[in-house]
Design a protein around this ligand. Structure first.
Ligand code: FES
Ligand code: FES
Length: 156
């Protein structure tokens, strides 16, 4: 079957099987920043934004994205020009292997769109569904709070 959607601001039309989940189709189309983890909605590695809302792409059928806008980590920033959220994660040394990082960055982006000045409790809630086997969670939470400051400073 064929689904037409917007991915990182570009309109695309992708062929896929009816039963395929968005994680698989995104990765097949080259967007491998979307990670495959538990594939049961529990780890956050596959997170993407669907119409601005964080979703686990392992539980969203590709067909469900038809007519919608998807943002993956590739749409957030680049190696040469990282997004302030990515800079915050780097500066807080909130990244070790980086497997969980795309999901955390996208979760942070969704949080800050709704809550530009989050509390620590907000930051903890934001990352609650994101499992990291490397860093622990103190630094990622610091990164979320730092990202909020950076994004607000950038908006002024
Ligand atoms: S791979 Fe989707 S939540 Fe773990
Ligand atoms: S940095 Fe390795 S899983 Fe989080």
């Amino acid at each position: 079957m064929r689904s037409e959607l917007e991915v990182n601001g570009a309109r695309v039309a992708w062929e896929h099987e009816p039963h395929e989940f968005l994680t698989e189709v995104l990765r097949r189309e080259g967007l491998k920043g979307t990670k495959r983890g538990c594939e049961s909605g529990d780890c956050g590695a596959c997170a993407v934004l669907l119409d601005g809302e964080e979703v686990p792409s392992c539980l969203v059928l590709a067909a469900q994205a038809h007519g919608h806008a998807v943002e993956t980590i590739e749409g957030v920033g680049s190696f040469e020009a990282p997004h302030p959220i990515q800079e915050a994660f780097l500066d807080a040394t909130a990244i070790q292997c980086g497997y969980c990082t795309p999901g955390m960055v996208l979760a942070t982006k969704a949080l800050l769109a709704e809550t530009p000045n989050p509390t620590e409790a907000d930051a903890r809630a934001c990352l609650a569904g994101h499992l990291c086997r490397c860093t622990g969670y103190v630094k990622p939470i610091q990164a979320v709070l730092s990202a909020a400051q950076r994004c607000q400073a950038g908006a002024q």
